[in-house]
Each structure stands twice: as C-alpha cells, then as structure tokens.
Design a protein around this ligand. Sequence first.
Ligand SMILES: Nc1ncnc2c1ncn2[C@@H]1O[C@H](COP(=O)(O)OP(=O)(O)OP(=O)(O)O)[C@@H](O)[C@H]1O
Length: 333
Amino acid sequence: MDITLRDIRKTFGHTDVLRGINLTFRSGTVTVLLGPSGSGKTTLLNIVAGLVPATGGHVLFGGQDVTALPVEARHIGYVFQSHALFPHLTAAGNVEFPLRVRGVGRGERRQRARDALAIVEMAHLAERDVSTLSGGQRQRVAIARALVANPDVLLLDEPLSALDPQLRDRIREELRALLEPLPVPVVLVTHDQHDAFVLADQVVLLHGGEVAQLGTPQDLYLRPANETVARFLGIASYLADDEGNRRLVRPEDLELAADDGPCDVVLRIERVQFLGDRQRVTGSTPDGDAPIIVDVSKAARVAAGELARFRIRRNGRTMPVAAQASHLVGPGY
Ligand SMILES: Nc1ncnc2c1ncn2[C@@H]1O[C@H](COP(=O)(O)OP(=O)(O)OP(=O)(O)O)[C@@H](O)[C@H]1O
C-alpha cells in the first residue's frame, strides 16, 4: 500500500512550517526525510503517523483518506529517537506490548513477537531484559516492536542519533539490510547526509517548508536542483565557465595538473588541512569571490601562499547550477 500526501500544510502559531507538501511513499521503498534543524521533518513524520494534525491537505493510505483518523486508528509502526523501550521488560515483552494493547491472546502474542524478533535477528536474545542490551540491539528490538502488528507503514525518527559515531556507521549498514526487504513504505527522518546516502531509495530534502528536491541520493549529490541543495549535501564550490555559468565543483572533481600539462584552473592556496587519507586545499581564483575547495592526495606537495594548477578530473563532473530554488523535482517521482 502506498502512502500519498496531498498539499500538506502545517502552521504553528504564525509560522508556516510546511507549505504544501506533495509526496508518495511507495511500498518496499525507503524514503529519507532530510533537512536542516527546524525544517519540519519530524512534523511531517508525525502528520503521517496521526500524532500531529495537519493544518491543511490530505494523507492517504492506499486509496483511503486517513487525514481525520487519530494515530490509534492508523496502522503504523513508529521507531522513536530514544527507542522508548520499557527497561523492566524483556525484549520479547517489549515486542509483545502493542499486541497486548490490542487484546491479542498470549500464545499468538508470543509467536508473533518471536517472528518479529527473528526478522531483526534477535530471537536468541528474546528473554533478555532490554536494559542489558547494547544500543544496536535495543534499536532492533524497537524495530521488531514497530513491525509486530503488521503496520501499513514503518516510520523512524532519527533512529541512529543515540549511537556513537563508530557504532553508528556499522548500525547504519545493518539498518539498511533490515529495511530493504520490508514490504511496506519506510519513512525515516535524519539530518545526517550519510544516513541519507546509505539508507535511502529516495531522499526528500526539506527546506523552508517545501520540498527543495526529491530524488535518489545520486540525483541530489550529482545533480542538485540549486545551491541550497548542493551546499546541504557535501562540500560545494563554484567555478565560472566560459559562458559565464556558475558550475558546481565537488572537492573530488579537481586534481593537481602535471607541471608541463594542461590546466583548467589556477588557485592561490589559502589553507591546507591534513585529513589523514587526503589533504583538503582551500584556494581562490584571481577573479573568484568564493573559495574553491579541492581534495588532493596525502602526499601532494601543497602549501599555503603558493599557486597550484588543477585539472578537472576526466570522470569529474561539473555542472551549471541554479542559485535560486526552482521547484525541480527528481525524475520519475
Ligand atoms: N508543538 C509545537 N509547537 C510549536 N512549534 C513547533 C511544535 N513542534 C514543532 N514546532 C516548530 O516547527 C518547526 C519544525 O520542527 P520539527 O521538529 O518538525 O523540525 P525538524 O526538521 O524535525 O528539526 P530537528 O532536526 O531539529 O528535529 C520548528 O521551528 C519547531 O520549533
């Protein structure tokens, strides 16, 4: 069952947080809502859930308009940022809880909780108190609990934010493997572009209460709709081309030119940062008003104050990019 949002608007006081959102979340597709703090990601998720009423517009689950239905009348699975597990219950006890609320009998509850825990590969820890589980294991229990009642949609609010950076990298991969085969629409909120790159089939970048761009992670990184999108995902510099267009350049799109070879741009180096696996050079063109950021190898000889010659990599792609938000919406959606 697909979920459709039609012209969803939300106003808090005098602030328009969402200004007419039109989206479809498809079954078997992971959609990541990405955007800066305060862009309305959680509000939109909660409108899908029925936890927050929309000021205007419609939410459809399949063909059914559920806009007026409260959360308990919608079939949703929700994984909260904090996971919100009951610490005094076992993993199985937590997963059974939504079924208990619905009055499902004990035997069936146990079986379904065991099945849901098996999906997240936690069946062997079913009888452990959740207070004794690791952060990643708790997250799996939270997902099993969200899935146990066969929801029409799985919603996750910043599911990785409670984890430390190293664990976060590993759990992100695991989460992708868990979410990929689910036969429902999955909608996940994050402000972290790495989460979006790894987890998303489609990314919705929210900005200023609107969809700034919708597309695959590749669409947003390689073909950003405008400078706002380009700057939000990764490092973006701009070069003027012969026709006077501003062209987007990512740090990996330029390389040092051979001394006697052709070159596309000369930079006066202002700063060199050692990043371990590479060096990040910040420099300026003679007529450029904004700095250009380029990554070079860790062994390259680059120093502040010097001039350096760069080429656009053969497979590097620069592209003209619009300064202003136009309502560019990715292909196929
Ligand atoms: N109940 C509320 N009452 C008033 N304002 C609210 C309420 N909930 C959210 N807001 C405001 O709406 C805007 C969007 O909030 P929301 O939590 O949806 O953003 P977000 O993109 O999820 O941000 P973050 O990444 O910081 O969680 C913010 O300016 C917030 O202050």
